[in-house]
Design a binder for this molecule. Structure first.
Ligand code: ARG
Length: 460
């Protein structure tokens, strides 16, 4: 295609070098914005007709021509051309081929700078709208699992050492809290981005009597952006999205790490169904937790994409710079990755089999009720520091004997402290310890069930 055949070719004396065409094209990745691009153009054309810049007939032809182009893209008939650089010029050129003169009038009062800003905001908005129901499936799955395992005792950890018994359901509700915060971050990001860029044109606005609020209404924006220079240069919304995507991945990655540990024979807390695992090509006995491992691994990519966008923006003067074309591959990769990871988690969570006996045995092995014995002694009048000391020596004694403190008989316990009586066993059993943490936000199964009931009442 020679220079002056390009949509912008009027002032050019020679054709773009083939190398530069290849180097600067974006259609190979921004073609995925076609739906947003078409919707934006249709709204722009309708507005131009409304304010009298375009005839009603031309606007009609444009809207219908763009509908036909969308159909041809979706049925795979559309031929994308690298020489036409990006999604915007591919569609505009095809429109003009199809409807003639009217197609050439579409770009009146608009620039690709406000066009791409609009497409991208619409795209991130559509993405958020598609991710929210997926997140809801994940959090709903966790709620159901929490209900199923409210009475299951497992060790709670600090420093990855056995600390105190907790309900498995309580642990699932902790995961859910993380994801609920991410959900509200997405909702928040959507609110802030939902303003119309069109009208900013190249950078300074346009001479036509445009009606930006009408376009905003047609496209479902809550309003219009305030400043044309800021509008064409702003990619904060993409950075915000990638930042929320990174947090989602960090949470999924932490869950993955726990599941991977829990699925080992040394923990044996869960069994991941075969359909979420793969085997080894050499070791016939292996069943590997590849899904959580891959989620943990993909987290690096998504965090990297956030870094890429931050660094992309940090040196840019106002207003639009072509650097911004580089925003799309990292953004799209984060969208695809976070969607795929949420999908696989939404499927896997309800299928997690909890091995209750192993969870319980692990909690019993780790002297996880030692704090409960100290609290018991405090209730009998001993200062906490002294109680701490008594329990330390009781644990050492039980360790030597190779049993849990709840397995020592009363005489053995009384040798440690005269204050201990038969009622101690209700406190230092796993179930007793769990049930005693009985307040809002704590792990007693009754509290876990209350938390689930509250969750079911308030919509996320
Ligand atoms: N492909 C470009 C992008 O993604 C579209 C805007 C181009 N604008 C320009 N003035 N060259 O940012």
């Amino acid at each position: 295609m020679s220079g002056n055949q390009k949509l912008w070719g009027g002032r050019f004396a020679e054709s773009t070098s083939a190398l530069v065409e290849k180097f600067s094209e974006s259609v190979s990745f921004d073609a995925r914005l076609y739906r947003q691009d078409i919707a934006g153009s249709q709204a722009h054309a309708r507005m131009l007709a409304k304010v009298g810049v375009l005839s009603e007939t031309d606007a009609q032809a444009i809207v219908q021509g763009l509908d036909a182009i969308r159909d041809s893209i979706e049925s795979g008939r559309f031929e994308w051309s690298e020489q036409l650089e990006d999604v915007h010029m591919n569609i505009e050129a095809r429109l003009t081929e199809a409807i003639g003169e009217a197609g050439k009038r579409l770009h009146t009062g608009r620039s690709r700078n406000d066009q791409v800003a609009t497409d991208l905001r619409l795209y991130v908005r559509d993405t958020i709208d598609a991710l929210l129901p997926l997140i809801d499936r994940v959090t709903e799955g966790l709620l159901n699992l929490a209900e199923r395992e409210a009475d299951t005792v497992m060790p709670g950890f600090t420093h990855l050492q056995i600390a105190q018994p907790v309900s498995f359901g309580h642990h699932m509700l902790a995961w859910r809290e993380q994801m609920l915060r991410d959900r509200s971050r997405l909702v928040d990001c959507r609110k802030r981005l939902n303003l119309l860029p069109l009208g900013a044109a190249a950078l300074a606005g346009t001479v036509y009597p445009i009606d930006r609020h009408y376009v905003a209404e047609l496209l479902g924006f809550d309003g219009v952006t305030e400043n044309s220079l800021d509008t064409v240069s702003d990619r904060d919304f993409a950075i915000e999205f990638c930042s929320v995507a990174s947090l989602i991945m960090v949470h999924l990655s932490r869950w993955s790490e726990e599941l991977i540990l829990w699925a080992t024979p040394m923990f044996g807390f869960v069994n991941l169904p075969d359909r979420f695992c793969t085997g080894s090509s050499i070791m016939p006995q292996k069943k590997n937790p590849d899904v959580p491992e891959l989620v943990r691994g993909k987290t690096g990519r998504v965090i990297g994409n956030l870094q890429a966008l931050l660094v992309l923006m940090k040196g840019q003067p106002l207003a639009y710079n072509r650097d911004n074309q580089e925003d799309k591959p990292p953004l799209f990769d984060s969208v695809d990755t976070v969607r795929a990871c949420l999908q696989v988690y939404a499927e896997m969570i309800p299928a997690i089999e909890v091995r209750r006996e192993n969870c319980r045995a692990a909690a019993a092995k780790g002297y996880s009720t030692a704090t409960d014995l100290a609290d018991y002694l405090v209730r009998k009048g001993l200062p906490f520091r002294d109680a701490h000391h008594v329990v330390g020596s009781t644990v050492a004694y039980a360790q030597k004997k190779g049993c849990d403190i709840a397995e020592l008989d009363l005489a053995e316990l009384q040798a440690q402290s005269k204050l201990i009586e038969a009622d101690v066993y209700a406190c230092i059993s796993l179930e007793g310890s769990l049930a005693a943490r009985n307040h809002y936000g704590a792990t007693a199964p009754t509290q876990v069930r209350a938390a689930i009931a509250r969750a079911r009442q308030r919509p996320s």
